[in-house]
Design a binder for this molecule. Sequence first.
Ligand SMILES: C[S@@+](CC[C@H](N)C(=O)[O-])C[C@H]1O[C@@H](n2cnc3c(N)ncnc32)[C@H](O)[C@@H]1O
Length: 375
Amino acid sequence: MSDDETLRRGLADRIAAGGQLRSARWRQAVIDTPRHEFLRGGYFRRVDGDGPTGWEPVMAEDPAWLPAAYTDDSLVTQIAGTVAPGDIQGRIFRTPTSSSTMPSLVVRMLEDLQVKDGMRVLEIGTGTGYSTALLSHRLGDDLVTSVEVDEDVSLRARAALGSAGHMPRLLVGDGLAGDPNGGPYDRIVATCGVLTIPPAWLAQTRPGGQILATVCGWMYSSELTRLNVDDDGTAHGRLLSGQVSFMLARPHLPPSLGVLPDLDDGEERETDLGPETLDDWTTRFVAQLAAPHAQLVRISLDGGEARPVLIDVDTGSWASHSRDGERWIVRQGGPDRLWDRIEEHVSRWRRDGSPDLDLFRITVTPHTQTITWPN
Ligand SMILES: C[S@@+](CC[C@H](N)C(=O)[O-])C[C@H]1O[C@@H](n2cnc3c(N)ncnc32)[C@H](O)[C@@H]1O
């Protein structure tokens, strides 16, 4: 057995032990697919320090590179929309924009996709092409199409897929439009997050087909959902468990904050709901439903502890908290009272017994997306 086959088998064993790899066909795909080929151009290693998060390149010559390709980690392959590992020496302090997703999550999603032989699959977010390769292995190249928004990323994925022996159909474009000329598909799977399921995905999934995607928000809580598409072009499903998060589809990224609001403005009142509420993943998801255009930023006022501040750039509404002894005071400005809405929503969810996210239902039509919890 070659060294990298040992590494691939080790990865498959670990993902199986974690419960994400559940079937023989996907196991064989993991064993036969060389993840390192999808990382030939190197990856970025995170460097933690006191300041902003930095990233430094790890190239294929580095002894750490091959073992890293077979860890169950997401490996960042592009920063700030253009920078690949081979482009820099030293460190870069910007946001990741493309990666090879952690293998256990890729495999979990492929298992959750419930594919059968002969099904046509559209993937949104080709990235390195590793997940595209697993799909191609399982279904055959002819049945797999993958869309990537970034042309350079797509070109690198094409080369990597070729060296792994696959030639699926690769498109460059905004995956929120799906594949306008290629549907209908039996399955659509997205490896970038979305705020709302795009209407094009509903239209391009055949009735009875499924969409698997992560619904996110600008407070950075998110969850995977599996939707069944009906004859009338609407889709219904539920959230799955696991606190799944993905980088957002580029058109769904939040607008820049611009000039910050004057946090001394507005009106204040006492609230029972303190800002620590937003530390909890599920509560944050519920809050996000109430104020879907509010961005969560952490600001330290007067050099004190960083506190969450909510800002809706479109309307100019905002909310921030301060402490008065044992009490929380919320100050809100702009036309919308963001914290009033969140407080009402979170209180209702708590009165309903704080159901977990995997009990939430989601309904999508070409014009609306509704997420509800049982009561
Ligand atoms: C987490 S990575 C994908 C990981 C990939 N499946 C893999 O295994 O390597 C997300 C990818 O989605 C791409 N992306 C972001 N917005 C997109 C959009 N609107 N349409 C298509 N791809 C998009 C990013 O450029 C990035 O490459």
